[in-house]
Design a protein. Sequence first.
Length: 292
Amino acid sequence: MIDFHVHCDYSSDARGSAEEYAAWALKNGLRAMCFTTHCDLDPKRRHHDGKVRLKGEIVDVTSDWLGHYVKDVREVSARYADRGLEVRLGLEIGYTPGIEHLISPVIDSFDFDFILGAVHTLEGTDLVSSTESKEYFAAHSPREVCGAFYRDLGEAVAAGLFDCIAHIDIYKRMGFDHYGEALNRAHEGLIEPVLAGIAERGISLEINSGGFRKGFPWPFPSPDILALAREAGIKDITPGSDCHTPEEAGYKIGECLEVAMKAGYDRIAVFAAREKSHILIDDVSIGDARGK
């Protein structure tokens, strides 16, 4: 099993060291995993999101934590390389329009394997916060939410900074409780230019099992959006659990790959030194214990 969206305890909202994740992954049959610690650089939300954990303390994302993180993950990678587990080094960068000049130096500061781009906030509001998102949804229609989300996501794609775009319909995570079924089609006519941009630039699209974990009957993106991605010419998908505890690593990746196969995908994209390679889905163990 492959999991390219993993948060160890350098992410302030995660629990468990990189070593603990690797040990659990090896014991439970994963063959490759990539750590993607949150890196949120928007200065307007520094007091909310711009934090990481270093040696048990919450510190500012602009502090010197990154070198420690890189060292820890590379050491874990070396310890597990001959034991059947490939451990990769990455970041999940929270994108907001206008902060490209802050993102680029971070990406260039170390030799990362994988850079995952994500939109988590709209107009200064955290879409995955149970408190903040309620106020935003109350003031906006489903179409307005999707319009703003795919506007910003389109800019993230155009920035050319990311290897993969994460959870392309993450607004459903909190928005579905507010809007219900009306949210299911709110992307229509708005997402297509973003998908075209991803295809044109050869960026990978994440298929994220967090949807299953949050009680949805599908991953992020939902099957209809994944079918649109295929129609748009997106050739590459990368699976990720978006786990924040060791025991969630690899969670329902198998079901994600089954959804992907139904949409017409037969391979996944993985990354090392930011170079893409492919693994046939048939060569990945779908029926692992956490995938069902």
